[in-house]
Design a protein around this ligand. Structure first.
Ligand code: PHE
Length: 451
């Protein structure tokens, strides 16, 4: 068995670091724009149901797999069953696709941070500000490089020092500040309609195709947000202490992750109604939504530029803990595979990250006419990772646990300290039947409807 030199020193350290990986741009940037686009309340409800059933089961599986084998994703699947060894590298490939574009968006956040700190907050309230920014190649490239460099610096410092300490302090502050901003947003005139749209599912006019799209979007978001189906939770599981409960930790991580997403939605979705009356085009804004609506919220606030600056600082850190876990996974894979030292393999991954990220930056600017299957480059990377690769990894993981090594393999780990695995029944049904069926639906959907 491979020895883990580094590990988490405390239970709360593990939970916060795993939550730090999970909570990031997925919650604050991606979740609200999907919720706005896919019917508000219906998306929210679908998402919550998926988290407590499907997301929970997959996270229990991944953490257990990691902790049981003590290996990172490459070795863990092989340890479970030789024939499934190939799944490790497939899962490991996902961070190589996500990290570059994640850092591009991290760069957008840093840009907004700079805008707020340097007193240009008002300019950002202009509807064309965001579009103007991403459509030029220069600035987004600079901010992308800054963000990617920050990520690499944290990774070089290692698991304990880098990830754990940063997460411990900042995650709670992020929650408090977000709740405060959400409460403030609720007091603005017009917030009621937005709140209603976001919270209450409205099934009117909700046809089969729409429903399918919503479920597929919610599923993709779940992988992304909970950092599942890409080996990250397996690797984190391998750092987890033996005496802690897998089930309890999974609950806490998923609760925290979902809570932040819901709060971010509470800020951003009603804002669309407040500032643009909730018209369809605004709700469909996509990746730019947060960047377009938030400055308006802050602008309407007394001292909003300070709150805005604080908010973007925290989002930058929330994003950093995620991109660090992404890069960390890439680095451990490269160093394991090519027998490189940490710094050398970080350098290799960094170069890769920059080259790939530049494609995403240019895809919105100089190469904006280039599309792949109708997607912009960044959106295409998002699509193949969330809608193709992760469902494949999740499907095969469920088959491995459900039918090859059998659920007992994971259950042994969840009851390692004599705990009762409370959701055992749910876990088995999800792993054997429901998850595989869902994964097949996700994989087939693009053949029938344009997502
Ligand atoms: N889960 C993170 C988020 O919500 C993103 C992420 C994806 C992090 C994959 C690690 C791995 O932002």
């Amino acid at each position: 068995m491979e020895e883990n030199k580094e590990g988490f020193g405390s239970k709360i350290g593990f939970i916060l670091a795993a939550a730090g990986s999970a909570v990031g741009l997925g919650n604050i940037w991606r979740f609200p724009y999907l919720a706005a686009k896919y019917g508000g309340g219906i998306f929210l409800l679908t998402y919550i149901i998926l988290v407590v059933t499907f997301g929970f089961s997959l996270m229990v599986t991944e953490i257990s797999l990691g902790r049981k084998t003590g290996k990172s994703v490459i070795g863990a699947y092989k340890d479970a069953d030789k024939r499934f060894g190939f799944l490790g590298p497939v899962a490991a490939l996902v961070p190589f696709i996500i990290t570059p574009y994640y850092c591009v968006i991290g760069g957008w956040v840093v840009k907004y941070l700079v805008v707020f700190i340097s007193g240009q907050a008002v300019a950002a309230t202009n509807d064309d500000f965001f579009g103007g920014f991403i459509s030029q190649a220069g600035q987004p490239t600079v901010f992308f490089l800054i963000y990617a460099l920050l990520t690499a610096v944290v990774v070089i410092f290692g698991v304990e020092k880098g990830i754990e300490n940063v997460s411990k302090i900042l995650m709670p502050i992020l929650v408090v500040l977000s709740v405060g901003i959400a409460i403030y947003t609720m007091t603005l005139p017009g917030a009621g309609a937005g709140l209603k749209y976001y919270i209450l599912p409205n099934f009117e006019g909700f046809t089969g195709a729409k429903f399918l799209k919503t479920i597929v979007a919610a599923m993709g978001q779940l992988f992304y947000s909970m950092s599942l189906a890409m080996g990250i939770m397996v690797t984190y599981g391998s750092y987890m202490r033996k005496q802690d409960s897998v089930e309890g930790s999974t609950r806490q991580i998923s609760f925290f992750d979902t809570l932040i997403a819901i709060i971010a939605g509470l800020i951003i979705v009603p804002s669309v109604f407040i500032f643009s009356g909730g018209d369809a085009a605004a709700l469909n804004a996509g990746p730019g939504l947060m960047f377009v609506t938030l400055p308006k919220v802050f602008d309407s606030m007394k001292g909003g530029h300070i709150v805005g600056a604080a908010f973007f600082v925290l989002v930058t850190f929330a994003a950093l803990t995620s991109s660090v876990s992404l890069l960390e996974t890439m680095v451990s894979i490269v160093s394991e595979k090519f027998k490189l030292k940490r710094v050398a393999s970080t350098a290799v991954c960094f170069v890769f990250l920059i080259v790939m990220g530049l494609f995403s930056v240019l895809g919105y600017s100089s190469w904006s006419e280039v599309t792949i299957f109708g997607y912009q480059i960044l959106d295409f990377f998002d699509f193949i990772s969330n809608n193709i690769m992760m469902p494949i990894v999740a499907l095969l993981t469920c088959i491995l646990i459900g039918y090859v090594v059998r659920p007992g393999y994971v259950e042994e780990e969840t009851t390692h300290n004599g705990e009762v695995f409370k959701s055992k029944g749910l876990y088995e049904v999800m792993t054997k039947y429901v998850c595989p069926a869902f994964m097949i639906i996700i994989l087939l959907t693009p053949f029938f409807v344009q997502l």
